[in-house]
Design a protein around this ligand. Structure first.
Ligand SMILES: [Zn+2]
Length: 554
């Protein structure tokens, strides 16, 4: 006789961090019908083991709730990886010379004239210590156009063939919001900043529908291997919504998915939102509930974050919204926020500089005032320089913020001569924000950073530069428990789903991760090295590192 109370899965002999406030680590957890059935001691859960129960001895390993990467771009993550793109990131190459070798290999593998795309270079990690140029690529790839996108996505490095195909020459003026970098003789160097790279993108043949599908599947498998069970896709068009709906239906995309409609990618936001509102989906699998709006740029060497205190060397950055004047841009921004709020959609605004962040909060508060506070939990994406006053406004109005710790770990050492020391230290003020009661979710912004929450935990807890080991903002450090919450329950809050996911308690979603180590007793700097062993979504094994290693061995 089948015991109807028997669990599907029981994990025992482990350290289960339930993240239920005040609860000590548990020894065992049972999952049934996709939900947590019980949490407790091994002896207490023994009665739930039936003939069909899979029992897993954790051997003292750590279990945490499934990771919620609350701001990520899966299509970019998939297409910026092989076979679509060669990697020229700092994990694989250390110099321009090594990048030349990688590109020479790609040239041999492709038909003449085919585009070679690469991703991930970071001039701060190149041994030559300078910006690269088209000449670095021309002799090895005279016939294949080459475009290598910088890690941040805000700069491209191309060869002369690519410039030619994009129609960029010495007489081409830089477009609004971008720069064609030129040398002393007035010739393009091959570095294109911000909107200047759009001409290159337009010259590259678009991915086919099948390639786009394969890219999303690639991203899904990669995210599963990183312990990610919930994501927010930070801004897509309606065609990609359809693609996701199909992949969710076929089971090829298994993460719980929150979708943001990108305001700038649809002709008419109201019409687009009314269209997607009609789609029937299981909201626990695919929730089309948010609108993404870009307000300003980024606080890097590009100096495009909109800030009140000038950059080192001058400038305040700017809004990058459509419009011919600041007034027009602000009016468009408010109109988008009001439209989304009116239709019950939550808004996430890309805002990094303090002026852009305040602008977002002004619009959110206005929407609450004029259209009624619908508890939509609008939030600020990135929010690098949220002032204490802005954080207080977020806390009191129930708005959230989504921080990117791995970007800080990767970039801080390059920013002092852009932002000054105090601002570099303050960037992403975890301690201040949590102290003021703001919901802080952490996310990777992949493909900007690898979607690795363990790297993020190390970044949050140490605030150390990966390149130099220097600490940037010691007083803004937080501990493991709080840091882990930013990757789990805080993401669930952002999804308006903390009632059913983000912690491991009876009745919550059976989304969990088994880590190959003792997370609590690992020094913060070494957390980044703990492997993910198992990822479970809704009680189903989505990733099993032992199966992967067996496949490799076999
Ligand atoms: Zn992003």
């Amino acid at each position: 006789m089948v015991d109807s109370s028997a669990a599907d899965l029981v994990f025992h002999n482990g350290k289960i961090l339930t993240l239920v406030p005040g609860a000590p680590p548990a020894e065992a957890i049972a999952v049934k019908d996709g939900l947590v059935q019980a949490v407790g001691s091994a002896s207490g859960l023994h009665r739930l083991i039936g003939t069909g129960t899979e029992v897993i001895n954790l051997q003292k390993r750590t279990v945490i709730p499934g990771v919620n990467d609350g701001h990520i771009h899966p299509m970019g993550l998939g297409t910026f990886r092989p076979p679509f793109t060669v990697s020229v990131g700092k994990d694989t190459v250390k110099s321009i010379a090594e990048i030349r070798d990688v590109i020479a290999g790609a040239v041999r593998a492709k038909r003449p004239g085919e585009w070679i795309r690469g991703f991930g270079w970071d001039q701060g990690y190149l041994a030559e210590g300078r910006f690269p140029s088209r000449q670095d690529l021309d002799d090895i790839s005279p016939d294949h156009p080459v475009v290598l996108t910088q890690w941040s996505g805000h700069a491209a490095w191309v060869n002369s063939r690519a410039l030619e195909l994009a129609g960029i020459g010495r007489d081409t003026p830089s477009p609004d919001g971008g720069e064609i970098v030129k040398d002393g003789g007035g010739e393009p160097t091959g570095i294109l900043l911000e909107t200047a790279s759009f001409a290159i993108n337009a010259a590259i043949p678009p991915l086919t529908a099948d390639e786009r599908r394969q890219a999303l599947i690639l991203a899904a498998r990669l995210m599963e291997s990183e312990g990610i069970t919930s994501i927010t896709d930070a801004g897509i068009d309606l065609a990609t919504v359809d693609l996701y709906a199909d992949l969710v239906a076929t089971g090829e995309f298994r993460q719980r998915l929150t979708i943001m409609i990108m305001a700038s990618l649809v002709d008419d936001l109201r019409e687009a939102l009314l269209t997607v509102r009609e789609l029937e989906t299981d909201p626990r699998r695919m929730n089309i509930s948010q609108v993404k709006i870009w307000a300003d740029g980024v606080p890097t060497q590009a100096r495009t974050a909109w800030v009140s205190e000038p950059y080192v060397g001058g400038g305040h950055g700017c809004l990058i919204l459509p419009g011919n004047s600041e007034e027009e841009q602000l009016a468009r921004y408010r109109e988008w926020v009001m439209t989304a709020h009116d239709l019950g959609f939550q808004v996430g605004t890309h805002a990094t500089g303090d002026r852009a962040i305040d602008t977002a909060l002004d619009a959110y508060e206005q929407a609450n005032r004029e259209l009624g506070d619908k508890r939509l939990r609008h939030y600020v994406i990135h929010g690098d320089f949220s002032s204490p006053a802005a954080l207080r406004r977020m806390a009191s109005s129930g708005f959230g913020v989504s921080f990117n710790p791995s970007i800080k770990r990767s970039l801080s050492h390059q920013l002092v001569n852009v932002l000054g020391r105090d601002r570099t230290d303050y960037q992403w003020p975890y301690r201040t924000a949590l102290g003021l009661g703001v919901n802080v979710a952490s996310s990777s912004d992949a493909p900007v950073m690898h979607p690795d929450f363990r790297d993020g935990l190390t970044a949050i807890m140490t605030r150390k530069s990966m390149a130099t080991g220097e600490v940037f903002g010691e007083t803004e450090r937080i501990g493991l428990d709080e840091a882990l919450r930013t990757y789990t329950i805080a993401g669930a809050w952002q999804d308006r789903a903390e009632e059913w996911k983000g912690t491991l308690a009876k009745g919550m979603a059976g989304d969990l991760v088994v880590l190959g180590g003792d997370l609590v007793n690992t020094p913060p700097a070494e957390i980044a090295d703990i492997p993910v062993n198992l990822t479970i979504v809704g009680g189903h094994v989505a990733y099993d590192s032992s199966a992967v290693s067996q496949n490799i061995a076999g």
